[in-house]
Every structure is written in C-alpha cells, then in structure tokens.
Design a protein around this ligand. Sequence first.
Ligand SMILES: Nc1nc2c(ncn2[C@@H]2O[C@H](COP(=O)(O)OP(=O)(O)OP(=O)(O)O)[C@@H](O)[C@H]2O)c(=O)[nH]1
Ligand SMILES: [Mg+2]
Length: 375
Amino acid sequence: MKIVIVPATYNEKDNIEKFITVLEKEVFPKIKNHNMHILVADDNSPDGTGEIVKSLMKKYKNLGINQGEKKGLGAAYIRTMGEAIGKMNADAVISVDADFQHDLHKIPDFIKKLDEGYDMVIGTRYSGGGSIPENWPLQRKLFSIVANLFVRTVFTKFSIHDWTGGYRAISRKVFIKERPEMTGFNGYIFQIAFLNKAVRDGFTVAEVPFHFSDRTLGSSKIAPLNYIIDVVTFVLTTRFKELIFGKFGKFLVVGGFGFVVNAVILKILAEKYHFDPTIANLVGAAIAIFSNFNFNNHWTFKSEKVTSISQYFVKLFHFYLTSVFGVIVIQTGTILLGDILFGKKGYFLYFIIGTGILLVWNFFIYNRFIWKKKK
Ligand SMILES: Nc1nc2c(ncn2[C@@H]2O[C@H](COP(=O)(O)OP(=O)(O)OP(=O)(O)O)[C@@H](O)[C@H]2O)c(=O)[nH]1
Ligand SMILES: [Mg+2]
C-alpha cells in the first residue's frame, strides 16, 4: 500500500524537524511492505514551518508539503488529504498532530488494522489502555472525558470511544466517499463530522489505544470555549436531523397517517352506518395498524423489509401485539397512573405523556425486533 502521513502544522517550527526525523529514522524503517510518504498540511505558518519542511525535502525524497490559506484544521486536512489521495494516488492517509501529542510509534498498529481490512482506524485515549496526560488540570481532564461521552451518547454509538481526537488512518474509499460531505467543517469539528458520516455509511472502524502526551514545545491553537459550543451544537443538530429526516421521521409520518385512517373510519362507521362507537373504533384501529405495518415495511424500514409470505404474517402478528400492548398497557396505563397519583383532572396531559412514551416504545420495538438490522 502507498500510505501518506499527513501532519497538520500551524506554527510548529519548534517541533517539525524532529517530528519528520522521528518518522523517517525511527518509524518508517519498522514498516515493511508499504510505501511510506509524508505530506505536511501547512497553512502558510508565519513562523517559517514551511521553509524548514522545504529544506528537509532535499534530504527526504518521500517528503512533501501542501500549503494554503489558513481556514482551520479541517480545511487543511481536506485540502492535503485530497492531494495525497488524488495526485499522489495514496491507498490510505494517516492524520496526526505535529506536536508529538500523538505517539508516532503507534503508526505500525494503524497500518496493521488497515492490512486486516478495516476502512478506518482511530487512535483512542479512552479505551483499551489509551490515556490522557496525568498532569492536566481536573477541568481539562473532565472536559475531555465528558465531551466524548456526550458524543457517544447522543449518537448512540458506544463502540467508538474517541470522537474528538485527530490521530486517524483513513482509507482511500472512505475519503473519496465522504469528502464531498465535508464542506463547511473547516475547524476542529471536522473530526467528529467525518467520523460520524463514515460510521453512518457503514464503513468499518478499528481502534488503536495510545497515550496522549502533553505538548512540550510550541503553543496550543484550539480555543476551548468555541470548541465546546461547536461540539454541542453540531452533535445535537446532526442527531436531530438524522432522526427527523431518517427512520424516526418516517415512522412519525406513518403513525400520523394511521391516526387519520383510524379517525375517518370511526366517523364513517359511527355516523353513516350507525355502528356502536367502540366497535367502530376497534375496526378503525385494526385497519390503521394494518396500514401502519405496510407503510413501515415498505418505507420506514425498507432496508429490512420482510418479503417472504410466512415472515410477513409472523411480523404482522407481532406488530398487532405490540400495538395492542402499547395502547392498553403504556398509553392507557399512563393515564391510569396519572389518575391515581395526581387525580383525574389532568387526564389529557397524561394522555399526551402516555402517547409520547408509546411512540418511543414502538420505535424501539420496531428497530430491535420487528425490523431488526440484518448482520
Ligand atoms: N494546517 C493547520 N494546522 C493546524 C491548525 N490548527 C491547528 N493545527 C495543527 O493541528 C495540530 C493540533 O492542534 P493543537 O493546537 O495542538 O490542538 P490540541 O492538540 O487539541 O491542543 P494542545 O493539547 O494544547 O496542544 C497541531 O499540530 C497544530 O499545529 C490550522 O488551522 N491549520
Ligand atoms: Mg496539540
């Protein structure tokens, strides 16, 4: 494989020479069977980082630099990885900080995972023996841990432990697929945005634990408060959009349509054909549930659609059971509980709360049991 290491630099004159030397003299000799290169992602650092790299390029033929206007870390990575994958025809790129916070001796572990066939490899500080600096003040440690826990929880993706780090190997096919989706993610948020897209698109991700060292030379470029705001905004809006425009939104539309079907049949049977309203509602509900099942099967969960006749009837039966259980136990149960605890007066509020719980319950059961994802 042709692998290009992409270190991001902005004013790293104190680190860059040693950084490149460690890669060339200590790390690359240990990697057999792969064609190793370095392409520095530099944003015209005013401190002369670029000039140092250019002078080293005379010594190391596998070293290059990609310079551009400073727009942020994400923009620098997209631009430089684009050159590595496009012009240089790399099979994979590895992004890494140039301030020695990422243990360069772990690079062979990243490559091993690529060799095993993983589409992407991420360095993790929060699992399997990875760690953050002992000497960090408590609030920095807490922020680092809580931020990652927050992302994992909101995205409901617990198998990935480090969302915010920048030590990653990205294979060619992942970069080509996700690059067009990355416009607008110019800053540090690029890391979370890219990983989230890759995971949602079903690419396989492996983790390599490493110890994140403290910076010893040069200065930090991250603005913590802005970053916190960016992370919270991005993660919440992304998840909200995924839910509304994804399965959950379709599930709500189907349910809303089912409600209309139920109401119309109830009215017609009761008013035009003089059915007893309870019977009319039972018929309306049964037809609405049937309609919900089919729309969910063909639209909401179309990737897990049941096609065989026998499975169709089994799943339909489960769907009726879930619906009946939901209405009787969850929705009506909530109203009953409200009555007992707080009195009958608030019945409509209990109905709304019960319906909310019912929706979550139904969605959960559909996902986990009725239209369970095939492995
Ligand atoms: N090209 C480019 N590189 C950047 C930019 N911002 C940061 N970097 C580089 O990206 C890497 C990570 O940035 P840091 O400022 O070290 O961020 P950090 O590691 O979260 O913070 P510290 O722990 O304080 O070092 C470093 O190698 C920086 O030089 C940028 O806008 N453009
Ligand atoms: Mg750093």
